[in-house]
Design a protein around this ligand. Structure first.
Ligand code: G3H
Ligand code: 13P
Ligand code: NA
Ligand code: ZN
Length: 328
């Protein structure tokens, strides 16, 4: 059944677990996540970016959510807008059946310019008020995602802040978070702690200097009742880099967010953990493997089915490690 982010994260906080929020763009990703949830008896957050909505079409996504809820009637399912950038994205998502939206006002609507605090409070408060009128939940974001190694806001995948940012801009300020949540009344708060989107987060295994988990602990101490969200939480596991590179890929060596750091976050108020890149790598690595092993194969299902199995395996692992399993 469809539920809101608020309902799900309240339950997660009460029982001390975290919930992965997996991005979807198509039917295969939707089915892979739901199969994992069924096997793990876990509640689900699925999220669609603006890019996903353009790719799949809003009506297709809306019907897909409805279909997945019907196929898996026993799995609580929250459908969330990932990185909404203005009121219109958020309201149109709700109109298409999303039960939750992110208003990301950490950047201006161009998606590049770090926004002023006043801009962020103002637009997030407006979306929060409207979404709550119709029973949808809201995630806000304070602080700009980006690398503490290089000072670069976001990256290679084309979205996120432009240019070099200060350590202050790249880390959420605990005092400001309390003011932000009070003013905007968001249901969940995305924070910046040195993670970034995509595969190239760290050039070596992160340390306390490059992945500032202590910031999360300080925010949680100020806001013990606020559900925290970690973006850029793919672990970019070595086995998936190998799967891609052993089958003709050329991804330079890279490091993601270790799962044990996420487990530490979950002990300190992190309830929603955004993961897209790992699942992309699981699927694409499998496509490459099949293409190499069976060069005469041309039925897309022979690529997609094993790719779905690889994605399901990854999702199940995160449901287990985050404590989501058994909570459906
Ligand atoms: O926000 C980051 C997610 O990985 C979505 O990426 O905008 O390429 O769909 P996307
Ligand atoms: P990754 O690129 O680490 O998977 O992060 C996804 C994300 O934060 C979506 O909002
Ligand atoms: Na942002
Ligand atoms: Zn994100």
């Amino acid at each position: 059944a469809l539920i809101t982010l608020r309902q799900l994260l309240d339950h997660a906080a009460e029982h001390g677990y975290g919930v992965p929020a997996f991005n979807i763009n198509n039917m295969e990703q939707g089915l892979s996540i739901m199969e994992a949830a069924k096997a793990s008896d876990a509640p689900v957050i699925m999220q669609a970016s603006r890019g996903a909505r353009n790719y799949a079409n809003d009506i297709m996504l809306a019907k897909m959510i409805e279909a997945l809820a019907e196929i898996y009637p026993d799995i609580p399912l929250c459908m969330h807008q990932d990185h909404g950038n203005n009121e219109a994205t958020c309201m149109s998502a709700i109109r298409h059946g999303f039960t939750s939206v992110m208003m990301d006002g950490s950047l201006e609507a161009d998606g590049k310019t770090p926004a002023s605090y006043e801009y962020n409070v103002d637009i997030t408060r407006r979306v929060s008020e409207m979404a709550h009128w119709v029973g949808a939940s809201v995630e806000g974001e304070l602080g700009v995602l980006g690398s503490l190694e290089t000072g670069m806001g976001e990256a290679e995948d084309g979205h996120g802040a432009e240019g070099e940012l200060s350590r202050d801009q790249l880390l959420t300020d605990p005092d400001q978070s309390a003011d932000f949540v009070a003013k905007t009344k968001v249901d969940a708060l995305a924070i910046a702690c040195g993670t970034s989107h995509g595969a190239y987060k760290f050039t070596q295994k992160p340390t306390g200097d490059t992945l500032a988990m202590d910031v999360i602990e300080r925010i949680h101490a100020k806001l013990p009742d606020t559900h925290l969200v970690m973006h850029g939480s793919s672990s970019v596991p070595q086995y998936l880099q190998d799967l891609i590179n052993e089958n003709g890929g050329e991804m330079p060596q890279t490091y993601g967010v270790p799962v044990e750091e996420i487990e530490r976050g979950i002990k300190h108020g992190v309830r929603k953990v955004n993961i897209d890149t790992d699942n992309r790598m699981a699927m694409t690595g499998t496509f490459r493997r099949i293409a190499k092993e069976k060069p005469s194969e041309f039925d897309p299902r022979k690529f997609l089915k094993p790719a779905m199995d690889e994605m399901t395996k990854l999702c199940k692992d995160r449901f287990e490690r985050f404590g989501t399993a058994g909570n459906a």
